[in-house]
Design a protein around this ligand. Structure first.
Ligand code: SF4
Ligand code: SF4
Length: 410
């Protein structure tokens, strides 16, 4: 970061010091004073705020999923534009992502003005081998490391990261570890993140009653999954704070299935704004964590936080029959394809790695995802398999995505 940038920012922050005080609790007025509005934001509107379940945090409907970002200036700018919730994880960029968030928030002197969420992950194949004591030990050590990287004494939300199975939701060692971290005041609220088998996982979390915030995949491709929508509604009605991730269906569906002249229609602001609005028009979702990595994307996403009404073009896009059909080609990580693979590889997580590599451009996260898969069930198993027999119940082109991933990693 340049010295000039720092000085300008400090001068700006000094001028805004009064406006910053108590921004989390004080709502639209204070947020509106934080910075110049983004170019397309209508002046008469304010950022829409919602309360995160029983946590009481009142935050803008658009937050920052920091995972793919590696530019601290982007985090600064997000804060300047009113974003108050930053979602990171111990594993993102091997801890550097947390370090970046910690550094920026410290420089802004804004720790009490923001909601920081982080995550601790134990790969599923290891989870099931560990004793309750070991699970607790791993978590207690990991949270201290997170806090050091984040330069803070506490995180606002601590998630168990990437939970696809009910047995982990109900694992006594995990529940005890999270509750102990909360009792030690190292996390104000505890929860879990899930992007696979979400419906079942969230229902199990409600049963357990200790999970206060859930970060879950929620996007337009799930429009025809009423059971899941009902579960989310139920969770919100019980005071669980719901945060949406993977909101803009960042998967290659529109590139795989469209002729070039139509592809253009799907890329850029229209696609992003329409999809993000669709998510946020569901009031049971408090906020979304889009993973913008450029200033243009940030401006597009923050604009949505001011106005959730669809433009006529966005409406046309979402109602387009072809778009709706193609949404079927977004992988829901349901796992139903696994039975059709001769080697029983972990197709959902391989496809998730494909999404990180091809749609997010995050090759590091893709590799980490592949490495977290049980030995013998990752992309290496596909190397000698010349004719992919795997079939998706929704029409996802598994064979093609596996081939693309093989050229990258195998
Ligand atoms: S490829 Fe299809 S069947 Fe397999 S996990 Fe994704 S949506 Fe489910
Ligand atoms: S190429 Fe297809 S069938 Fe072969 S191991 Fe991989 S996913 Fe399974």
């Amino acid at each position: 970061m340049s010295q000039k940038g720092k000085l300008n920012r400090r001068a700006f922050l000094g001028a805004s010091a009064g406006a910053l005080a108590g921004v989390l609790a004080s709502g639209n007025k204070a947020l509106g004073l934080l910075s110049e509005p983004a170019a397309r934001q209508p002046k008469e509107k304010s950022i829409i705020l919602r309360t995160l379940g029983k946590t009481g945090y009142k935050i803008p409907v658009v937050s920052m999923g920091v995972m793919n970002a590696d530019n601290p200036e982007l985090v600064f700018r997000a804060y300047e534009l009113g974003i108050r919730h930053f979602d990171t994880a111990a594993g993102y960029q091997r801890g550097r992502n947390e370090e970046m968030v910690g550094q920026v928030i410290e420089e802004l002197k804004a720790r009490d003005k923001v909601v920081i969420a982080t995550k601790i992950f134990i790969p599923p194949q290891q989870r099931n081998q560990l004793s309750a004591d070991k699970i607790k030990e791993i978590h207690l050590k990991a949270i201290d490391e997170c806090l050091t990287r984040l330069r803070t004494d506490y995180v606002d939300i601590l998630y168990s990261h990437n939970v696809p199975e009910v047995s982990w939701v109900k694992n006594p060692g995990l529940m005890e570890a999270l509750q102990e971290i909360k009792a030690q005041k190292k996390a104000r609220f505890i929860g879990l993140s899930t992007h696979q088998n979400m419906d079942e996982v969230i229902r199990a979390a409600l049963e357990m009653k200790i999970y206060e915030v859930i970060l879950a995949t929620f996007n337009y491709s799930l429009y025809d999954y009423p059971e899941y929508l009902e579960t989310l509604k139920k969770a919100a009605s019980r005071g669980v704070g719901l945060i949406a991730m993977k909101t803009q269906c960042q998967q290659p569906w529109y590139r795989e299935n469209n002729p070039p002249e139509i592809k253009k229609f799907y890329e850029g602001p229209l696609l992003n704004a329409a999809l993000l609005k669709w998510v946020l028009r569901h009031e049971f979702i408090t906020t979304a964590v889009p993973g913008f990595t450029t200033f243009d994307q940030l401006n597009e996403d923050i604009t949505v936080a001011y106005n959730l009404e669809y433009t006529p073009e966005e409406k046309k896009f979402l109602e387009n029959r072809l778009v709706k059909t193609q949404m079927a080609a977004v992988c829901r990580l349901c796992g139903q394809c696994q039975a059709t693979c001769s080697h029983k590889v972990d197709i959902p997580n391989i496809l998730r790695a494909h999404m990180y590599a091809t749609a997010y451009g995050n090759l590091y996260e893709a590799r980490e995802t592949l490495d977290s898969i049980e030995q013998g069930k990752s992309i290496e198993a596909c190397l000698d398999c010349e004719d992919c027999t795997a079939r998706c119940v929704r029409g996802v082109n598994i064979k093609r995505r596996i081939e693309e991933l093989k050229t990258l990693y195998a």
